[in-house]
Design a protein around this ligand. Structure first.
Ligand code: CP
Ligand code: NVA
Length: 334
């Protein structure tokens, strides 16, 4: 019997493959309940705090809808609306919120901040994205892969773009734990950190997953089941890096060429938001300055039937519901 009651959800490193599988199954269970319109409000009377020091669409909405569906109340703390870090330390904030709420979500900058929060809160803390990791996104992504590919073990997963930031790191952890072969296909400046690569190779010894780092697109995408990318410049990074990033990562844009060597039924994934056209302010600015109308993924791939990005986005809500429910003590009913 798996119980995740009282656990923090910070990096996924401390979760076993069985526990991750449980969270994927629990997410599918909640998805089924939602589709059937069956209530799941068993956490009535509980409340959660949602701290966002960076902006969000999916993660915030997922936490809010999931909490409400579970019967819980929410408080949203935006980047300017609290004392956090400015007038009050993280440790003090944690001890205050821990007295009022049954769980705390944190999205922000350094991983050390969410770790500090978890150390002092006395209630489960969920990492809603830091510079280093994005673990709640992993359960949604694994559920999405399972929905489209059936089994996880033995699949070939290729990440193209900035593989040394939150998404690359977390995907490498998630894949290596679950037996999915992980390839970072990018300029070597953007390979994930060596220590984390070694740690994931250790997970791979258990699960059978391999980790490959390559700068060669043809080699990297060969026989891929999944091609994944993320923005080239992440939240909190300075604007000045755009020019270098475009120069370094343009060869790793996910386009028709990248799919040529992949399996015929390969799917495209992206955590979103994505720059695939000129319908965003930043997209327009980049076009004006650098003449690039599509960035990490071309519009034809993004809009193609290979693309499962909106399934992924929907699954954020079901999986965040499962993560909150499991760590707050609900168990999946057969
Ligand atoms: N994928 C993701 O975390 O999206 P948001 O930044 O909109 O929350
Ligand atoms: N790497 C991106 C992920 C957004 C969900 C960022 O940190 O901005």
């Amino acid at each position: 019997m798996i119980s995740l009651k009282g656990r923090n959800f910070l990096t996924l490193k401390d979760f076993t493959p069985e526990e991750i599988k449980y969270l994927i199954d629990f997410s599918a269970y909640f998805k089924d309940k939602k589709k059937k319109g069956e209530p799941v409000d068993e956490l009535r009377g509980k409340n959660v705090a949602l701290i966002f020091e960076k902006t969000s669409t999916r993660t915030r909405c997922s936490f809010e809808v999931a909490a409400h569906d579970l019967g819980m109340g929410t408080t949203y703390l935006d980047p300017s609306g609290s004392q956090i870090g400015k007038k009050e330390s993280i440790a003090d904030t944690a001890r205050v919120l821990g007295r009022m709420y049954e769980g705390i979500e944190y999205r922000g900058f350094g991983q050390d901040i969410v770790e500090e929060l978890a150390k002092h809160a006395g209630v489960p803390v969920w990492n809603g994205l830091t510079n280093e990791y994005h673990p709640t996104q992993m359960i949604a992504d694994l559920l999405t892969i399972k929905e489209h590919k059936g089994e996880l073990k033995g699949l070939n997963f290729v990440y193209m773009g900035d593989a040394r930031y939150n998404m690359g790191n977390s995907l490498m952890i998630a894949c290596s734990k679950m037996g999915i072969n992980f390839t970072a296909c990018t300029n070597k400046k953007y390979f994930p950190d060596g220590e984390l690569v070694n740690q994931c190779r250790e997970y791979g010894k258990e699960s059978g997953a391999s980790i490959t780092l390559t700068e060669d697109v043809m080699e990297g995408t060969k026989d891929a089941d999944i091609i994944y990318t993320d923005v080239w410049v992440s939240m909190g990074e300075p604007e000045e890096v755009w020019s270098e990033r475009i120069n370094d990562l343009k060869p790793y844009q996910v386009n028709k060429g990248a799919f040529e060597n992949a399996k015929a039924d390969a799917i495209f994934m992206h955590c979103l938001p994505a720059f695939h056209d000129l319908k965003t302010k930043i997209g327009e600015e980049v076009y004006r300055k650098y003449g690039l109308s599509e960035m990490e993924v071309t519009d034809d791939i993004f809009e193609s039937d290979r693309s499962v990005v909106f399934d992924e986005a929907e699954n954020r809500m079901h999986s965040i519901k499962a993560i909150m429910a499991a760590t707050l003590g609900l168990e999946m009913k057969k």
